[in-house]
Design a protein around this ligand. Structure first.
Ligand code: HEC
Length: 116
C-alpha cells in the first residue's frame, strides 16, 4: 500500500512538471495582446505594419524562442541580437512567456515558405 502511494506521488509529480514545461497557446496569445506586439508585427502576425518588421506567423518555434532569448540577453560578445526596439520588448519576458509566445506564433497560419 505504501509503495502504491509513493508511486502515485511520483506519477503526480511527473504530470505536474510536464504541464509546467508544456507551452500554453492561450497564455501566449494573451501575452502578445498585453504587450501589443501586433502594433508592429501586424494583427495576424503575417502583415507587418512596416516592411522592416518581420512576419512571425508560422515561423519555426525554436527559431522564435532563440530570437527572443537573444534579444533579451543582448550581445555581450556572444553573438546575441542587439536591436534596441526588440531588446526592450523581450526584456520583461520570462522563459515560460517566451515558450508560450513562440508556440502560439508558430501555430498561426503564415506565408513563410521553405523553397528547395
Ligand atoms: C515597435 C515595433 C515592434 C514591437 C512593438 C515588437 N516588435 Fe518584434 N521586431 C521589431 C523589429 C524592428 C524586428 C527586427 C529587429 C532586428 O533587426 O533584429 C523585430 C523582430 C522580432 C522577432 C525576430 C523575428 C525574426 O524573423 O528574426 C521576434 C520573434 C519578435 N520581433 C517578436 C516580438 C514580440 C513577441 C513582441 C511583443 C512582446 C514584439 N516583437 C513587439 C519590431 C517590433
Amino acid at each position: 500500500m505504501k509503495r502504491i502511494s509513493i508511486l502515485a506521488a511520483v506519477l503526480a509529480g511527473c504530470a505536474m512538471s510536464a504541464s509546467a514545461l508544456a507551452a500554453d497557446l492561450v497564455a501566449g496569445r494573451a501575452l502578445l495582446e498585453k504587450y501589443n506586439c501586433a502594433s508592429c508585427h501586424g494583427k495576424d502576425y503575417n502583415s507587418p505594419t512596416e516592411p522592416v518588421y518581420p512576419k512571425l506567423a508560422g515561423q519555426h518555434e525554436d527559431y522564435l524562442r532563440h530570437a527572443l532569448v537573444a534579444y533579451r540577453r543582448g550581445d555581450h560578445g556572444m553573438n546575441g541580437r542587439t536591436n534596441a526596439v526588440m531588446a526592450l520588448q523581450a526584456k520583461p519576458l520570462s522563459d515560460q512567456d517566451i515558450k508560450n509566445i513562440a508556440a502560439y506564433l508558430h501555430s498561426l497560419p503564415g506565408t513563410l515558405v521553405l523553397r528547395k
